[in-house]
Design a protein around this ligand. Structure first.
Ligand SMILES: [Zn+2]
Ligand SMILES: [Zn+2]
Length: 501
């Protein structure tokens, strides 16, 4: 049989206008909404301006965290820590204590004594008491009952008298008979094995089990360890204070996302990760798993370090997040900015969460959507089967709020112009998901081969479009299917079109 010829369709490319003020390709730029903010000079913690504190308070208000009790463990540097809070906030043990105390000072947490112990001047607490002779400081002491033998006047420790089962005076060799009559107990005493001094109260020193150093009692510092409890009468007030995050969540829900706050997810590695906000939307042609991290510069530091961003990215990868957004408070450091660009993490920067959220939620959608509906062909009558399918897809995406372009002309990174059968994007403000769709089909019913899928894939790659859908009518062949799977291209065939109706 003669080779089927692909349907010839005259391309009438439409150049896709860039989104106003937004980087394109999507998700590669750093945005600094609002005016630039001076670096905060104070090194203290401002309750409810410090996003870590907000995160903690949020967990308390939502009941994700209840009583905060210390875990006392020799492995912690300070001897205790609040690991649940450390992992929630990504803070060091010491920083967590600072934050908890700041919240206690603001009467958001109620601080209660939990335990006490001593810390030596090295800051270590593994201390045991060691008794010393007050005369020569020797630790070679014997403790026992001091006994006086009336008849000869000998005074010694009880062990000096003991001979097998009897008590014999070591001076006069007489047996001790009746207490109170021929001898008496004076009381518990110590005797120095080095200088012979007898005394009732040894000097107590504290030996550190780790360093072996010994300290006088007055050199030690007493440490009190506290537990913290959420103050119930602050709940209403705090909920009001936490409004920015609630607004962001509401905004995402309005965009059709299913939103989980402080979402705990188990990654491919088996580790459990917490995301500040996880937003999922299944647009059928593309599934958006949006992970949002609120990253805050360490106390006293002017910017969020690379390390924090790296951690976020690693977690996102482990969970399978395909859209990554960080809100950096107040901003990212230069290394972190480069990393964000490379890893396609979209970053928003501002002094406070409130200012980021008000920028995101109040800025108008790009004006493109109006133009696009005019430019994309409005009449699909008299089209071929492929044309009819395109019309279905366009309608489907428009109904889901996408700007849709047919025969869209996009210039790739290489400088080459590519024409996509359908290009769609949706300005969710936080992210702008884009979809490239290729359509191919033969009237003869011959399956579409790999070459067309591969060309489509290369073009999408060059244009930095991550969501790829290839429609093969009536179907595509086995190699093309394998290739598509490997390249994460969604395949739609004649039989699947029903789910888009
Ligand atoms: Zn005697
Ligand atoms: Zn002594």
């Amino acid at each position: 049989p003669p080779q089927p010829v692909p349907q010839y369709r005259e391309p009438q490319p439409i150049a896709v206008p860039p989104l106003e003020g937004r980087p394109f390709p999507q998700q590669t730029g750093i945005q600094v909404p609002g005016q630039s903010v001076p670096v905060p000079e104070e090194t203290g913690i401002n309750v409810l301006e410090d996003a870590r504190i907000i995160k903690l308070v949020d967990a308390l208000v939502n009941g994700k965290l209840s009583d905060i009790t210390p875990v006392i463990d020799f492995n912690y540097k300070a001897g205790f820590a609040y690991p649940a809070v450390d992992s929630l906030l990504d803070t060091s043990e010491q920083e967590t204590v600072k934050i908890l105390d700041a919240l206690a000072n603001s009467e958001i947490l109620i601080k209660q004594p939990y335990d006490r112990f001593f810390v030596d001047p090295d800051g270590l607490f593994q201390l045991v008491p060691v008794e010393h002779c007050p005369r020569d400081d020797s630790a070679n002491l014997v403790k026992g009952q001091l006994v006086e033998h009336f008849s000869c006047g000998f005074v010694g420790l009880d062990k000096d008298f003991k001979q097998d089962a009897r008590y014999v005076c070591p001076k006069c060799r007489k047996d001790l008979r009746l207490i109170g009559t021929d001898y008496r107990n004076i009381g518990m005493h110590y005797r120095c094995g080095d200088c012979g001094e007898v005394f009732t109260t040894p000097v107590i020193k504290w030996r550190n089990l780790k360093t072996r150093r010994e300290w006088n009692a007055d050199e030690l510092r007493e440490m009190e360890v506290y537990s913290y409890r959420f103050s119930p009468d602050k709940k209403g007030w705090l909920e009001f204070q936490l409004k920015p995050k609630t607004q962001l969540v509401d905004f995402l829900r309005l965009q059709g996302y299913q939103v989980q706050e402080l979402a705990q997810l188990t990654g491919k590695s088996g580790a459990v990760h917490t995301f500040d906000i996880l937003a999922i939307r299944d647009d059928i042609l593309t599934k958006i798993n949006l992970g949002i991290g609120i990253l805050v510069a360490n106390t006293g530091e002017p910017e969020v370090k690379l390390e924090a961003l790296f951690k976020f990215d690693t977690r996102a990868y482990d969970i399978g997040i395909n859209y990554k957004v960080v809100i950096a408070i107040p901003k990212l450091g230069p290394e972190a900015i480069n990393f964000a660009n490379r890893q396609m993490i979209r970053a928003f920067e501002a002094r406070t969460l409130a200012s980021v959220v008000s920028d995101i939620t109040s800025s108008p959608h790009s004006k493109i959507s109006l133009q696009s509906s005019l430019e994309a062909g409005s009449s699909h009558e008299g089209r071929s089967p492929a044309g009819n399918t395109s019309a279905t897809i366009v309608r489907f995406l428009r109904n889901r709020g996408y700007e849709v372009y047919e025969k869209a002309l996009i210039v790739g990174k290489s400088g080459i112009e590519h024409v996509f059968d359908i290009f769609a994007r949706r300005d969710d403000k936080l992210i702008v998901p884009t979809i490239a769709i290729g359509v191919a089909g033969y009237d003869t019913g011959q399956p579409v081969g790999m070459e067309q899928v591969a060309m489509f894939d290369a073009a999408a790659f060059d244009c930095g479009i991550r969501n790829k859908v290839f429609i093969g009518l009536p179907q595509i062949n086995v190699q093309a299917r394998q290739f598509a799977k490997q390249q994460k291209i969604d395949i739609i065939e004649q039989q699947d079109l029903g789910r888009l109706m």
